[in-house]
Structure formats: C-alpha cells, structure tokens
Design a protein around this ligand. Structure first.
Ligand code: ATP
Length: 298
C-alpha cells in the first residue's frame, strides 16, 4: 500500500503541476491571441530608443470597418513628459494603449516612437520599450516572487526585492508566512486591488521601460491606497514618457497635457487649470466626479 501511495501522490503532484502550467499557458494565449493580428515586416530593425518621444499622427482605427473607434487622433508626448487621456466609457482610451503595444495596427495615420513608425520595427523591441500597468493585473498561479520577476526573467533576487521595495510591497510580502514563496493567483492568496497594482508596478520597475502606460483601474481603490499608488506612479513616471489612461481626474491634475476623447475624437486638450476655466467637456466631467466624491449629507 505504501509503495503504491507514493507514485499516486507523485502523480497527483505532477497532475497539479501540469494543470497549473496549462492554465498559465492558456492565460498567455489569451493575452497573445490579440497579438497574432500583426506581424513583423521582413528584415525589420529593432526600435532605437533615444528619449522615447511618442507621437500619434492622425490615427484612425476601427475593430470592425462598420464602426470607427478613433478618428484623426493626433498628439505627441515629448520625451519624459506625461499626457493623460480622459473621456467617458467607450471613448477609445484603452484602444490607444492596445495600438501602441501593437495588439492591433492603426487603420490610418501612424504611431511613432522617436520618429520610427512602430510598424517598421520588431514587435519584441517595441514591447521591450513599453511598460504597461494595466487596469487588472493578471497574476499567475505561482509564487509572488515569480509574479514580480516576470517583468524581467533574468533578474537577480536582489533586483526583484529592490523592485518590490520601490513599489512598497516588500514589507507586505515579508509579513506573509512564506514570504516571497507565497502562492498567489486564483489558487493562492487573493491580493487586493491595491496589492495587485503594486505587483504590476514592481514588474514594470524591473522591466525599466522608457515608455510607460498606466491604465488606471476603473474600480475605485480606497482614497488612502489611491494616494499612495499615485505617489509611486509619479515616482516611476519621472524621466519616462508616460501615457495615463485616466478614470479619476484627481490623479492627473499635474499632467503636462490632458486630452479629452469623445467617441474617438479629441474634443479638448490642455492643462487642468485651463480646461477647468474653459468650462467645456472636461469641466463638466470634473464637476461630475467632484459631486460623486462628496458624501451625501445626512
Ligand atoms: P473604458 O473607460 O470603459 O475603459 P475606453 O475609453 O477605454 O473605455 P475602449 O476600451 O478603448 O474604451 O473601447 C472603445 C470602443 O471599442 C468601445 O465601444 C468598445 O466596445 C469597442 N471595443 C473594444 N475592444 C473591442 C474589440 N476587441 N472588438 C470590437 N470592439 C471593441
């Protein structure tokens, strides 16, 4: 009986590992599925990043030809600056990030990084230059260490810990009984929205990209966590060209430029104060969010 139970235990372990691996692979395919829509042009060179100036040049885009999603979207982010995109749900904000990462190609116009059309360079080099902190971070069913190191598989343990420290998640990890070896994901520890976002920030710090895209979570974090994460992002956005897809306007008042997107068109642009003073679409969005933020008096 003992002899039999060992291989059975072993098989059980193998089964769990294989299942886990398959579910991770499935996740990867889910993520990569969209990527298959575009291909490298033959002999494409690697992207040569200098300051990482980003330019959307008269970009049109549709997923389905019957429905335009972006129309003549034209803006630049000078090297190291921050531009925030705001607009009502479905305006096309996240689509900008998908196009930049080349999950899809533009229908018309161009996207340029330091003057190079992103369609003319290898996808590997393009994606290596861009760090995305997504709305919802995918956590693999693996250790928290693996989940951070994923940003740079060749990273040393010291680098992983340094990234976790900078993302202010190191102390939390150390407080777990199994520390960095703690299992996370669906079958492990469930992390809160703020903790997951910190894992994403740590991953991104490890990757050290020239260009940063922050797709702000729609689901509100509590005010304190949001403030802390905001400060962390300001830290990592410094010196990097940053595109913020904003859902809460309070987080972008300091952006170098704010772009207001409505049904795929830029309808307003400028600094926070100027846009408020203009009393247009942005001012209306701001007033709406201020009202939502104020608790109803009893
Ligand atoms: P939110 O603030 O709700 O995140 P958003 O401004 O980021 O919205 P997008 O995600 O860019 O909006 O979507 C813009 C439009 O494109 C939406 O109407 C959406 O339904 C549509 N869309 C998004 N992804 C696809 C897709 N893969 N295929 C077809 N249509 C899509």
């Amino acid at each position: 009986l003992i002899q039999l139970s060992i291989p059975l235990n072993y098989l059980g372990m193998v089964y769990r590992e294989v299942k886990q691996a398959l579910s991770n692979i499935q996740r990867m395919y889910d993520l990569l599925d969209e990527a298959q829509e575009v291909a490298d042009s033959p002999g494409a060179p690697a992207l040569a990043v200098r300051g990482a100036e980003l330019r959307f040049e008269h970009v049109d885009f549709h997923y389905d030809p019957a429905r335009a999603i972006l129309r003549d979207v034209d803006f630049s982010i000078p090297a190291g600056k921050t531009v925030a995109v705001v607009g009502t749900t479905g305006a096309g904000k996240s689509t900008l990030a998908r196009l930049l990462y080349r999950f899809y190609d533009v229908s018309a116009g161009r996207i340029l990084i330091d003057g190079q059309d992103i369609r003319s360079v290898t996808q590997d080099s393009l994606r290596a230059a861009i760090g995305i902190v997504p709305q919802d971070t995918v956590l693999f069913n693996d250790s928290i260490y693996y989940n951070i190191a994923y940003g740079k598989p060749s990273a040393s343990r010291e680098e992983v810990i340094a990234a976790a420290r900078s993302a202010h998640i190191h102390d939390f990890i150390e407080s777990l009984p199994q520390g960095y070896d703690s299992a996370v994901g669906e079958r492990g520890l469930k992390l809160s929205g703020g903790e997951k976002q910190r894992v994403a920030i740590a991953r991104t710090l490890l990757k050290n990209p020239a260009l940063l895209v922050f797709d702000e979570a729609t689901s509100a974090l509590d005010t304190r966590t949001e403030k802390i994460i905001q400060a962390e992002l300001e830290d990592i956005a410094r010196e990097r060209t940053t595109l913020v897809i904003a859902h809460r306007l309070s987080t972008i008042v300091d952006a170098d430029e704010i772009i207001v997107l409505d049904q795929g068109c830029i309808v307003e642009r400028g600094h926070h104060a100027a846009l408020l003073a203009a009393g247009g679409r942005y001012a209306a969005l701001w007033a709406m969010q201020q009202r939502e933020a104020v608790p109803v008096a009893a």
